[in-house]
Ligand binder design. Sequence first.
Ligand code: EPZ
Length: 416
Amino acid sequence: MGAYQIQGGRPLCGVIPIHGAKNSMLPILAATLVTKGECVLHNCPCISDADAALSILQNLGCRTRREGQTLVVDTYSACGTEIPAVLMQKMRAAVIFLGALLARFGQARLSHPGGCCLGSRPIDLHLLGLRLMGAECEYEGEELACTVKKLRGATIALPFPSVGATENLLLAALACAGETILCNAAREPEIDDLIGFLTACGAEIDGVGTSVLRIHGGKRLHGAEYTVMPDRMEAATYLCAAAATRGELRLTGIVPEHLRAVTEALLRGGCEISQSMRELSLRCSDLCAVSPVRTAPYPAFPTDAQAPMMAAMATARGVSIFEETIFSDRFRHVPALVSMGAKITAAKRCAVVEGVPALHGATVTATDLRGGAAMVIAALAAEGESVITQTEHTERGYAELVQCLRACGARISITE
Ligand code: EPZ
């Protein structure tokens, strides 16, 4: 288990090229299974979640190889329909293989996916949609067994625009005879990216960017070459780090529009931000509280940026209030920030952050991917030394974190 050692108190200044998006790459890797042929995916970050997705594909009989940031997946020889629990446990996105397996083989057997502990993370909406398409989904002990002779098109109204359910149902709908209409679908940019990949493979999907998706199923999909979109959460994290350390950063290779809710909040906090087509620069000399920060589905403030923003607000002038509406237990980073001197009280879905003049170093344990990132941000801003343990959480989602931060003047090293 790794740890970061950070000497804080220095502004983060420089340029960071943003990697490909984890939450786009993972469903696209699952989607390769719906095609028969070779897919070449560019801009795939080297993170442990990518390794986990590749292990699943290999276990199902696919051939995979990495060439730098490019992943090549040949799904022609895929034959397996079961994913062992040990692989399911590695990440939440493993559940997206369910829709892909049903579309390809009409059967799937898997257990509940792992991933960050953010409160209860059921998959009832995924199953609701798959059953409407004709699939039989039954739990046998810890395992979920799904079978279908022939998936059929359906009209599915999701009670909540779940990202994962939208992805799973999109993939299953590709094999449906006829049209599937998915209402109240998630509108996150990663969904558009998945549709972009599927379209490149020959799929016909209308409504991209809206909450009503129409999938014209039954087409034979071929392999394709595709470039994964930039990671808006990696970008949001570095912006919060620059604000927290009163630094100056330029992010390259991004889509500024994807970050609008985050940049609007930072602007309200007094940061200076300028942007062009693919770049965004932030300068922060003084930070004031932003309130309320209320997480909600895209295009509202993203739940994944809540913890990093809270770390920045820990030393802002004034009181910020955070409301988390997506996950029931996503303030697990708060005790660590408090041990670094932050004044935060959290109860249920609300957290009140009273800005303090400075944080101090401490030894803390990463609780989850974004919570761990928040601790890194707080440590970069804090006076003195911090140690953050269990960095396998951050390694799941941030490629070359230490190198990127060091290149911008941070004193951070990896310790065992
Ligand atoms: C995706 O998770 C992301 N993960 C998460 O990113 C992100 O926080 C989340 O979407 C919201 O934007 C990946 O893309 C791999 P949901 P997902 O289904 O698909 C409830 C990160 O840090 N729900 O939209 O699991 C659920 O419990 C990660 O990169 C049901 O009740 O999110 C939650 O409260 C963490 N039943 C809410 O909906 C269901 O069947 C949102 O979940 C499905 C979801």
